[in-house]
Design a protein around this ligand. Structure first.
Ligand code: ASP
Length: 323
């Protein structure tokens, strides 16, 4: 922590602890019936860690943050954190957001380089600043100030994938079209009507430097409202940003749709507005304040598996699909 103001760091720890105390406590957590819902297979260990953290701390924000840290730290997950695939210049740029459904407040970071846990930086944007989003070098300097260590995020595997992409004369670039999506999104409840949503990603592989996807944008990659429910998304963020995916799902639920109906309604709306959206990569998860859940994807070509932790059981399940 050489370049770090230690007093600042201790204040951060205290601020986070105070937020955790507001967020819940371990005794209540023992009685509550939390539910953790995440995208993809890497969501399963994330949910399991989140459940452990919630049991010991009683804080749903801590639980979602620490749960999402699991795939961020895993070099074998090539779409999140350390080991995430880099941009077109071979540099890993990460996006993340966490939203507290009680306060209607989000912390998020975009295009963050060299810090493997963007969700934890996003959490501190939420707890320590009056801002919602920090981007690029500003987000990086903020992270350094709060004690995060700068490190290379390329692994031998992700470097090799980038070199292979570059060496292929036919390689696709985002000047024309896009592929390769796979974020971790998580929606969680404490079982008492409190919701938190979080999302973390390295974004579209080999993207144009500086590109920001849906994941760190409030209402797109995450949304949480204790009065209604929460949602998160995975897939083509360049497309989904235009549909404000997560807040749209929450608004559908607000009007009476179940989480599953709300996910399907959004997919149908996307196709009604543009028939070509049938063939796109879109995966959605949602939960209402009663703990009912929904998960759906657009088509078989981008088939969403989702992870559900409930009543001590951790499962990987198939989502519904529109096509
Ligand atoms: N939605 C993310 C993005 O476009 C990627 C993903 O979910 O896989 O950045």
């Amino acid at each position: 922590m050489d370049s770090v103001d230690r007093r600042d760091f201790m204040k951060t720890v205290a601020a986070t602890a105070a937020a955790s105390a507001l967020d819940g406590n371990a005794a209540e957590a023992d009685r509550a019936r939390p539910i953790f819902l995440s995208t993809w297979a890497h969501g399963k260990p994330a949910n399991e860690r989140a459940a452990e953290v919630f049991k010991s701390s009683g804080s749903l924000l801590d639980a979602v943050e620490k749960g999402i840290n699991v795939p961020e730290n895993d070099p074998n997950v090539t779409s999140v954190g350390y080991g995430g695939l880099p941009n077109a210049e071979g540099v890993v740029e990460l996006d993340a957001a966490i939203m507290d459904g009680t306060r209607h407040r989000t912390g998020s970071v975009c295009a963050l380089r060299m810090i493997k846990n963007p969700i934890s930086v996003a959490r501190l944007v939420l707890e320590r600043t009056s801002h919602t989003t920090l981007a690029g070098d500003g987000a990086f300097q903020f992270a350094l100030k709060l004690g995060f260590e700068a490190q290379t995020l390329l692994t031998p595997q992700s470097l090799q994938k980038w070199l292979d992409w570059k060496a292929n004369p036919q390689h696709k670039t985002y000047w024309l079209s896009a592929e390769n999506h796979d974020t971790i999104g998580m929606v969680a409840t404490d079982g008492n009507g409190h919701l938190v949503s979080g999302c973390s990603t390295s974004g579209a592989a080999f993207k144009i430097p500086g590109r920001v996807g849906d994941s760190p944008l409030v209402g797109c990659g995450v949304y949480a409202d204790d009065n209604v429910g929460g949602a998160s998304a995975t897939g083509d963020g360049d497309l989904m940003t235009n549909y404000c995916t997560s807040v749209s799902i929450v608004h559908f639920m607000r009007r009476g749709a179940s989480p599953q109906e709300a996910c399907m309604e959004l997919l149908k709306h996307m196709v009604e507005t543009d028939g070509k959206n049938k063939d796109t990569q879109v995966g959605l998860i949602a939960m209402n304040k009663h703990g009912e859940i929904g998960a759906a994807c657009m088509n078989e070509g981008f088939f969403l598996k989702y992870a559900l932790w409930k009543d001590g059981q951790s499962q990987l399940l198939d989502s519904a699909r529109l096509y």
